[in-house]
Design a protein around this ligand. Structure first.
Ligand code: HEC
Length: 127
């Protein structure tokens, strides 16, 4: 009897903590990992979070896709950074977009989810 009474709140606490870690684990974006992956792959030569360089500002990419189906967008953008599809540059020329060196889908997904999570962008771009 004593054991039953004392275990119950403990079990509830464990269940709550476990449920919380599961749900944040599924949604959390590791921004530090995303940024360092972008840096290592030279993405930041052509992109920044908030300024247009040769490529669009990442927060503006988030604005471009914010009303689109999220899962489809993630797939499309992973394809964009892994397939070498044609990218249009500001001067009008086209070349194959940079292919990310990392093959790990989880890391690629984290990078794209981070881009899509950035607030404050506008589309069409203004800068
Ligand atoms: C040599 C310059 C250059 C590099 C390096 C580069 N990009 Fe880009 N990126 C571009 C240009 C230019 C566009 C615009 C393409 C277009 O609209 O046709 C673009 C577009 C994008 C987009 C938006 C695609 C869309 O559908 O709107 C994403 C996301 C992106 N790049 C991510 C990355 C990542 C991640 C890396 C590093 C692995 C990277 N880029 C490296 C030039 C570059």
């Amino acid at each position: 009897m004593y054991v039953k009474i004392s275990m119950k709140p403990l079990l509830v606490a464990v269940a709550v903590a476990f449920g919380m870690s599961l749900s944040t684990g599924a949604l959390a974006v590791d921004a530090d990992a995303a940024l360092s992956l972008a840096r290592q792959n030279g993405c930041l030569k052509c992109h920044s979070v908030d300024k247009h360089k040769d490529g669009p500002a990442y927060r503006d990419v988030a604005a471009k896709y914010k009303d689109k189906d999220h899962a489809e967008t993630v797939k499309k953008l992973i394809n964009h950074i892994t397939s070498g599809e044609k990218a249009k540059f500001p001067d009008g020329h086209e070349e194959e977009h940079k292919i990310i060196k990392v093959k790990d889908l989880a890391q690629q997904t984290n990078l794209i989810e981070w881009v899509l999570s950035l607030p404050g962008g506008v589309w069409p771009e203004k800068d």
